[in-house]
Write a protein that binds this ligand. Structure first.
Ligand code: ATP
Length: 265
């Protein structure tokens, strides 16, 4: 189990600046992270867990990575449903092992995606395994709070369906942050972030942003759109690709892709 948990560890070099829009969300999370890390008077209890909720692809995982990146913390990323399906009977033990390692390797950020998979509301009947996994998770969230130690382990949980969460989970996350779809300003920032190093002066960002908001695009949709545009440009600008494909890797490494300003189509 420890080996499995070790496999969940990542280092993050995501910065707050890699996230477009979400100013309020970023500020709340930054505050949570900073206050948790600072020396503080006894009366200031840091948040142990923060719940991020909102539509898919709006940057919840990215926010957790930025929180870890900013602290240079050990970053654990788990999908509750993965743990349940792969390690059915042992999923509770995985959670214990996870928090044990997180404390050892503190400061740590534990990101639990699809936290709703742990709770009972949705299906009515729940397996013994998910019940045990849930109660272990809740105990871990309560547990290190009591220890009042200086060990910084912050749990960020995410869900697209907060209405599926039961009270037991919600009450452990008094700080709940809505992560919305991007507005026009945020859309433009996300485009800039995802086209770094390219000339986008010919793009009509206002028009793209307006259309993108109208279509309810998420950050993930916008990123995919940017990738599509970038690949189209590469395809058109580098017509001699078949010649390049003959070259050995060492030769290729020395050359650079031809890029022209990105255009709308
Ligand atoms: P899900 O609920 O489906 O797990 P999520 O909310 O965790 O989704 P992310 O995985 O953080 O979404 O986002 C997917 C990708 O979309 C990110 O890797 C990033 O490239 C891009 N993205 C989403 N939101 C933003 C944003 N606000 N700024 C920059 N990139 C974004």
């Amino acid at each position: 189990l420890r080996t499995y948990v070790m496999g969940l560890i990542a280092r993050s070099n995501v910065k707050w600046g890699d996230i477009g829009g979400l100013e309020d969300v970023k500020r709340l999370l930054m505050e949570t992270v900073v206050v948790s890390a600072l020396q503080r008077p006894e009366a200031v209890q840091p948040w142990k867990g923060v719940l991020l909720f909102g539509p898919p692809g709006t940057g919840k995982t990215l926010l957790a990575s930025a929180a870890a990146g900013s602290l240079n913390a050990t970053f654990f990323s788990v999908k509750a449903s993965n743990v349940l399906s792969k390690y059915f009977g042992e999923s509770a033990k995985i959670i214990s092992a996870l928090y044990e390692v997180a404390r050892e390797k503190a400061p740590s950020i534990v990101f639990v995606d699809e936290v709703d998979a742990l709770t009972t509301r949705r299906s009515g009947e729940t397996s013994e395994a998910s019940r045990r996994m849930l109660s272990t998770f809740l105990a871990e969230l309560d547990g290190f709070q009591d220890k009042g130690s200086d060990v910084l382990v912050l749990t960020l949980a995410a869900t697209n369906t907060p209405w599926d969460l039961d009270e037991a989970v919600l009450s452990r996350f008094p700080r709940r942050i809505y992560v919305p779809l991007p507005d026009e300003k945020a859309t433009k920032e996300i485009i800039k972030i995802n086209t770094r190093g390219l000339d986008i002066s010919r793009l009509d960002l206002d028009a793209i942003a307006e259309e993108s908001v109208r279509r309810l695009y998420s950050g993930r949709d916008i990123k995919n759109l940017c990738q599509e545009a970038v690949w189209n440009m590469i395809r058109e600008e580098n017509r001699d690709l078949h010649k390049l494909a003959e070259l050995p890797y060492e030769e290729l490494k020395k050359r650079s892709l031809r890029t022209r300003p990105l255009e709308m189509r």
